[in-house]
Design a protein around this ligand. Structure first.
Ligand code: MEV
Length: 332
């Protein structure tokens, strides 16, 4: 059995706009998804020890089946789609290297402490860890660039063409990264004091990306909001390089306002953003696709955790430390 893991992430800036070619800066954090893969006979079997949903196991023999668990079906379908897509990518990577992988079946056990669909990159972490572990089970060590690219292809398919390279590149490389279209690079970054507030809910990334696309089509001037996000990300990169926390916070606040105008915030996310600001944050914004899930705030971790813990909208708040490893091969 081989085991790989990959981190979740928060967006300092740029989610949604990155889908339209604007730059974005996500940053890997110390929550992880782990995939353990071993060969078996008789089809793909996926077990989720803890996917931040009740444990489930599902078996495939080419067709589809829906496990009987009490979670929204769209989240479950997406989770299964990600694991299936990851196994296909591992098989293809093996095939292109002359390893006959078509008939190989696997048991995949996924454990993750990244809440599902909450804007912390759970799906990207699961996909990166699963592709890497399944490829290694087939005897293939993928270079990180190829792994990130294959993981992106899975997200792109599951999210109906609405995914950027941001989440998957960040989960593979770790640290802070910069994405603009197909250009992906790692950034030297200070270990910023970031706190995550989680409302206990989730959003459907595919649906939220489609919603923004619809808004842009109905009101062409919405394209200006998207390009304003790009401008603030470029300013944010300079503030990040200078470790200028006042400016970073100000830009996070503006980014939240722009995301809100794109219709992807929620009452609970706004309430947590305000609780963090009232608690002395330099700035705060929703992170990821939105609709529900998490916010990220910059400032004193103990004070922000306390401020968020008093907010009725907040289910959990924690200090999110920078992860610099990205993909980890746990058995090496
Ligand atoms: C989701 O974590 C971030 C989005 O920008 C979609 C993407 O970049 O794939 C909303």
């Amino acid at each position: 059995m081989v085991t790989s893991s990959a981190p979740g992430k928060v967006y300092l800036f740029g989610e949604h706009a990155v889908v339209y070619g604007e730059p974005a800066v996500p940053c890997a954090i110390g929550l992880r998804a782990q995939a353990a893969v071993e060969r078996r006979t008789g089809g793909l079997r996926v077990r989720a020890g803890d996917l931040s949903l009740d444990g489930f196991a599902v078996e495939y023999n080419g067709g589809t089946s829906t496990p009987e668990v009490d979670v929204p079906e769209n989240l479950l379908d997406a989770a299964m789609g990600y694991v299936n897509g990851a196994i296909d990518q591992a098989r293809e990577a093996a095939r292109t290297r002359g390893v006959a992988a078509e008939e190989r079946s696997f048991e995949v056990t996924v454990d993750s402490n990244i809440p599902l669909g909450a804007g912390l990159g759970s799906s990207a972490a699961v996909v990166v860890a699963t592709i890497d572990a399944a490829a290694r089970e087939l005897g293939v060590q993928l270079p990180r660039e190829e792994l990130a690219d294959r993981a992106y292809r899975v997200e792109h398919t599951v999210q109906d063409g609405g995914a950027s390279r941001a989440d998957t590149f960040c989960a593979t490389m770790g640290g802070a990264v910069r994405i603009e279209g197909d250009d992906c690079e790692t950034l030297a970054t200070p270990d910023l004091p970031l706190v995550v507030g989680y409302d206990g809910g989730a959003g459907d990334t595919g649906e939220l990306v489609a919603q923004v696309r619809g808004l842009r089509e109905t009101h062409p001037f919405v394209a200006d909001t998207v390009s304003a996000v790009g401008d603030l990300v470029r300013r944010g990169e300079r503030a990040l390089a200078a470790d200028d926390r006042e400016t970073l916070g100000e830009l996070m606040d503006i980014n939240h306002g722009l995301l809100s105008s794109l219709g992807v915030s929620a009452r609970s996310l706004d309430a947590m953003v305000w609780a963090a600001r009232d608690g002395g944050a330099h700035g705060a914004k929703l992170t990821g696709a939105g609709g529900g899930g998490c916010i990220v705030a910059l400032g004193d971790p103990a004070e922000l955790e306390r401020a968020l813990s008093y907010a009725p909208a907040c289910d959990d708040a924690f200090h999110a430390q920078l992860d610099t490893d990205g993909l980890r091969r746990e058995d090496e």
